[in-house]
Design a protein around this ligand. Sequence first.
Ligand code: FE2
Ligand code: FE2
Length: 154
Amino acid sequence: MSRLKELRRYVDAELNKMENMDKHNGAINHLYGVSLAAQMIAKKRGLDPEIAAMSAMLHDLAAYKSGSYDDHAHRGAELARAILGELGLTDEKETETICSAIYHHDDKLAVDSPMDEVLKDADVIHHCMNDLSKAVKDKEKARFEALCREFGMD
Ligand SMILES: [Fe+2]
Ligand SMILES: [Fe+2]
């Protein structure tokens, strides 16, 4: 089994503990949607799509588990470190890359490392394209416009 599949099994089992079915379905939709977008963006930028997908699968898990978005990016990085340590799927450098991407993913107005940027952009793609009838949030506008230009969608 691929390590992405193994991580997804773990995440699926965690999400299955959510009692609210709407929130559960929303969580699956978001994590898998961001994961697909992250793979596309990473591939386009010459970065590792598998590491991008793994960071996406874990990026909001702390919020879903606790029911709160307070400081969820920083808490999420800690949670990801514990999960990756337990599963033993990644080496030290890969774990750092994934945890850094999760740690920074809510800082949408700042520019961080290339893989941090992949996760932020993938998150924005899913927020903006999951339902095209919804307005793009102010803090995501510049990033979404840059992505549309990068992918020839303007
Ligand atoms: Fe988030
Ligand atoms: Fe997210």
